[in-house]
Write a protein that binds this ligand. Sequence first.
Ligand SMILES: NC(=O)C1=CN([C@@H]2O[C@H](COP(=O)(O)OP(=O)(O)OC[C@H]3O[C@@H](n4cnc5c(N)ncnc54)[C@H](OP(=O)(O)O)[C@@H]3O)[C@@H](O)[C@H]2O)C=CC1
Ligand SMILES: Nc1nc(=O)c2c([nH]1)NC[C@@H]1CN(c3ccc(C(=O)N[C@@H](CCC(=O)O)C(=O)O)cc3)C=[N+]21
Ligand SMILES: [Mg+2]
Length: 286
Amino acid sequence: MAQLIDGKQLSNQVLQKVASEVEYLKGEYGVVPTLAVVLVGEDPASQVYVRNKVKRAKEAGMGSIEYRLDTETTQGDLNQLVAQLNNDPQVHGILVQLPLPPHLDEDEVIASIDPAKDVDGFHPLNVGALAAGQASLVPCTPQGCMIMLRQVHQDLSGKHAVVVGRSNIVGKPMMALLLQADCTVTMAHSRTRDIESLCRNADIVVAAAGRKELVNADWIKPGATVIDVGINAIEADGKRKLVGDVAFAPVSETAGAISPVPGGVGPMTIACLLLNTTRAARRQLA
Ligand SMILES: NC(=O)C1=CN([C@@H]2O[C@H](COP(=O)(O)OP(=O)(O)OC[C@H]3O[C@@H](n4cnc5c(N)ncnc54)[C@H](OP(=O)(O)O)[C@@H]3O)[C@@H](O)[C@H]2O)C=CC1
Ligand SMILES: Nc1nc(=O)c2c([nH]1)NC[C@@H]1CN(c3ccc(C(=O)N[C@@H](CCC(=O)O)C(=O)O)cc3)C=[N+]21
Ligand SMILES: [Mg+2]
């Protein structure tokens, strides 16, 4: 049986580090690192994430402000709110929950966030810095995945990693971080041919396709490490349940190490978001 990579437990370690950094910034500078989260519309999944973020922020002694805008919000209103948050010295991190309703331009909103407050690391300036190996604010989900991988591998050098999915928020920044850790990286996506044998060659598989239980046991080399980023809501016995992009039960018989869903990458993402917020706050000290 595979080693379980416990994101819940590991995220608590990260959150402890966050809490002590918060203590330091409060004690030394009188600054309370504060995150502003903007949610447009009623997407139920997004509401869960926002609730988790706000709860963990409070536990770490941080400030958090939630802005809930209705679905009909205009681009102008949203841009105006971001501008106000950019100019507010009490706000150190800004996160606009994605996806936005279809009438809103995500790229425009992301580009309008002050790069120094962009705790998602999605602003073009931060994306470029990451690609060039000069990142300051690294996207939270890939950052969390790297912490998980380092739990299993003290040296990632030379490992063959396959990333399934090429989104701007997960797959692409994941590729950049793995490359920086001296992995050999293969990017797979919906047009990839024979993805199964590609994955079967990998020492590390990061699954971020948004397809429930896409990755099966015959995709995985015995002993390989599997990180499951997927969050897919399904209905089982009339109850809502979360499953990943990996078929957990069969894959855990083949893999050497595997992260579960829930209790894997999700909690790590939130911990890294708060870590980024303390980093942003520290750099904004007058
Ligand atoms: N745990 C966490 O903290 C987070 C979890 N997530 C979850 O991770 C998953 C991925 O999210 P995100 O990156 O935003 O998703 P996107 O939908 O933006 O991207 C999905 C990617 O997977 C590829 N893909 C889709 N189907 C297949 C397939 N059958 N085989 C191979 N590749 C495929 C797509 O290919 P193509 O480009 O060709 O369309 C695309 O590149 C989702 O389940 C999401 O909910 C996301 C963010 C954070
Ligand atoms: N601007 C932006 N930044 C994001 O980082 C971002 C986003 N938009 N939009 C949506 C995705 C998804 N995402 C998750 C965060 C936490 C959990 C999480 O806490 N998951 C828990 C359980 C949650 C539950 O019970 O529903 C777990 O997996 O154990 C999941 C998913 C961040 N995202
Ligand atoms: Mg849109």
